[in-house]
Design a protein around this ligand. Structure first.
Ligand SMILES: [Zn+2]
Ligand SMILES: [Zn+2]
Length: 233
């Protein structure tokens, strides 16, 4: 499609389906400038590995004793307020159009922070869950982000082989880990030698990203980091 006609269709869509700010209801986009300035950002100092706010700025108490496969996890926001609402709209109210806005937030985080990356890999859903929801929200975000950052996205190599229960805040850490520990597998060697950046909407305990990292390291990737929009702090 020519650029002008793309612009034209966007104008038409905006006219008939105007977007409203999910924070304050203002018309014009899913996130107005004012609400964007007030997002629950995670500021340094944070844990070097899991990205959780941490006064010492080195490793948090959990990461000290943890021989992790994941090289690092970063999240620009706390899972709170407008960010929590945005993820909820995307996951449960089918508001796929909000993906663009969320991917832009991740893109500006990637630009401002040094995270090793050759390829983006969304955290996969189990096929049963995918069938039920119709789309993988992390894959939508990763594809948008890939376009913004000119990075390749591979979303059909890492597979979720076990349908584990969703993580909750109340699960004990080792229970969460046991829940997902062997849930993922790489179906081929396409990620071998690559710096993989896993993309997900929310990081709860880090157990899901760690389980993905185990599967990725089994095929010889050079590093695995995780970037999630938000984390339960
Ligand atoms: Zn607003
Ligand atoms: Zn930590």
């Amino acid at each position: 499609m020519a650029l002008w006609s793309k612009q034209f269709s966007k104008t038409i869509i905006d006219f008939f389906f105007p977007a409203y700010c999910i924070g304050c209801g203002k018309e014009g986009g899913f996130l107005c400038d004012n609400c964007c300035r007030n997002l629950p950002r995670i500021q340094s100092p944070y844990c070097d590995r899991c990205g959780k706010p941490e006064v010492s700025g080195t490793l948090c108490s959990i990461c000290w004793g943890w021989k992790a496969n994941i090289d690092g996890i970063r999240s620009p926001f706390r899972f709170d307020g407008i960010i929590r609402q945005a993820v909820h709209e995307l996951k449960y109210h089918n508001l796929k159009a909000i993906t663009e806005c969320l991917a832009e937030l991740l893109f500006s985080y990637l630009e401002g922070n040094q995270i090793p990356v050759d390829v983006l890999v969304p955290v996969p859903l189990h096929k049963k869950r995918l069938r039920k929801r119709g789309y993988n929200q992390s894959s939508l975000i990763a594809k948008r982000l890939g376009r913004l950052a000119t990075l390749p996205v591979i979303d059909d190599c890492l597979v979720r082989s076990k349908d584990s229960q969703p993580q909750t805040r109340t699960n004990a850490v080792n229970e969460r880990q046991a829940n997902v520990s062997d849930a993922f597998v790489c179906s081929d060697n396409r990620l071998k030698g690559k710096q993989v950046l896993l993309i997900d909407d929310v990081c709860t305990s880090g157990a899901t990203l760690e389980a993905c990292a185990v599967a990725a390291k089994a095929v010889g990737v050079s590093s695995v980091w995780g970037l999630t929009l938000a984390r339960e702090a």
